[in-house]
Design a binder for this molecule. Structure first.
Ligand code: GRF
Length: 229
């Protein structure tokens, strides 16, 4: 079993084979002058820490993108304060006010289209999406999940990993398909499980890695140029 100190050196991130060429472990920077900024729409139900990490990567010039709109579904979600602090437009589409999942997804698709969004980023979106949203942005919807997929899809992934007794878990960024957490994987980061981990401590270390890889995976999916530092 690894100590906390060992865990830092044991971390690694992996990208899927089509993107491997020229990619080495460690930090990457993306060329800023690649093209027009990617137009992102973010869907979030929770605290929005991944939204903030993406916004910071953009602000720091690592990632050529713009957050056009954040959609959230829970009026009490902390993502609202974060989006306001970051100065990104945010809109509530409360799932309880829609009769069906399809009706909610139709409203989301319309709002994102009206905002000019080209890439849909599910950053802690806690609702199952339907064909209505998927067909509105074919091949352009990405999700982050707190496990090394295909292990532990669905809810409470961190708890699932702890209960299974795995020694390494992590996070995955993948394309969204109809079956939850099933689409092609773009990028993953590994996180060692420590002897004294709780769901909270493990989740916190996984989130550090989520914040590191999410924007890189979006850039890779959009085929922005990745170069080694
Ligand atoms: C992340 O851990 C992500 O993996 C999961 O939901 C969480 C969202 O966290 N899908 P935050 O709202 O971005 O802080």
């Amino acid at each position: 079993m690894l100590s906390s100190a060992d865990s830092a050196t044991a971390l690694s991130s992996l990208v899927s084979p089509p993107f491997k060429h020229g990619f080495k472990h460690g930090s990457v920077l993306l060329q800023k002058d690649a093209a027009e900024p990617l137009r992102l729409g973010v869907m979030a139900s929770g605290s929005g820490s991944n939204l903030e990490a993406i916004a910071h990567a953009i602000d720091q010039g690592k990632f050529n993108a713009r957050i056009e709109l954040v959609i959230y579904n829970n009026p009490r979600a902390k993502v609202v304060d974060r989006a306001n602090r970051l100065g990104v437009p945010i809109r509530l589409l409360d799932h309880r006010t829609f009769e069906t999942r399809e009706a909610l997804d139709e409203a989301i698709a319309q709002a994102l289209r009206a905002a000019g969004v080209e890439w849909v980023i599910m950053a802690g979106w806690m609702r199952r999406v339907t064909e209505r949203l998927i067909s509105a942005f074919p091949g352009h919807i990405l999700n982050i999940h707190p496990s090394l997929l295909p292990s532990f899809p669905g809810v409470r992934a961190v708890e699932q990993a702890l209960n299974a007794g795995v020694k390494i878990t992590g996070c995955s960024v993948h394309y969204v398909e109809l079956v939850v957490d099933s689409g092609p994987i773009i990028m993953q980061a590994a996180v060692p499980v420590l002897l004294d981990d709780t769901v909270e401590t493990l989740q916190a270390r996984i989130q550090v890695q989520e914040h590191r890889i999410f924007w890189q995976a979006i850039a890779i999916a959009a085929q922005q140029i990745v170069k080694n530092r």
